[in-house]
Design a protein around this ligand. Structure first.
Ligand code: ZN
Length: 207
């Protein structure tokens, strides 16, 4: 079974810190029935909804999104239940979980429970010590169900641990209905040479 874990892109979707300038806009260039065709223009921030961050997002001269091998976005995934975490995911929250090397690790938190509502400024995030731990486990890719993987940590240590080690960060996943466990993940960024991020359609395949 294919399960969609992406956030639908609409003009009223939840955006980072509820900033209106981050909201996508859809402009109808041609529309039925006045025109024989329908055509829509979409203006959108690359960090809207389900998206993936590349090193260039945080690191000047870091690799852009098109330099990630597509194999980073396909393969064995583990969904970890962290819905009891209130503030930040710590190393101690992860140590009891088996995480095979080369896994795509998806963090399910209480963020998934109120997706689609207003932006939660107190969203659960990944601490830098937990990010360093996941790097040591040689994970392939990481995903989380919030529009950021850290909140306002100065110098973005969590992003740095992951991106400096070539680990793509998928943000804005919807894991509300997903049981913890093993899946196959598929979710590719658009081909956007030189960009620091891309929208993504992400799915899980049950095993
Ligand atoms: Zn982002």
């Amino acid at each position: 079974m294919i399960i969609d874990i992406s956030t639908p892109v609409t003009s009223s979707m939840m955006v980072y810190k509820d900033r209106d300038e981050k909201r996508p806009t859809f402009t109808k260039l041609y529309q039925h029935p006045l025109h024989p065709i329908q055509e829509t223009e979409l203006t959108i921030n690359l960090h809207t909804g389900t998206h993936v961050d590349a090193p260039l997002h945080i690191i000047p001269d870091g690799p852009p999104i098109d330099e990630f091998a597509l194999s980073k976005f396909y393969g064995p995934a583990v969904v970890i239940d962290l819905t009891n975490v209130i503030e930040s995911i710590r190393k101690s929250d992860l140590e009891s979980i088996t995480i095979p090397p080369d896994s795509i690790v998806l963090l399910k938190t209480r963020n998934s429970m109120h997706l689609g509502e207003r932006f939660d400024f107190d969203f659960v995030y990944l601490s830098d010590e937990a990010a360093a731990y996941l790097v040591s486990k040689q994970i392939k890719t990481i995903g989380i169900d919030s529009l950021g993987i850290e909140r306002n940590q100065s110098h973005h240590p969590t992003h740095r641990h992951l991106l400096n080690n070539g680990i793509p960060i998928i943000e804005g996943l919807n894991l509300r209905t997903i049981s913890p466990g093993a899946y196959t993940f598929i979710g590719f960024p658009l081909s956007l040479p030189g960009m620091e991020a891309s929208l993504m359609r992400a799915v899980l395949i049950t095993q």
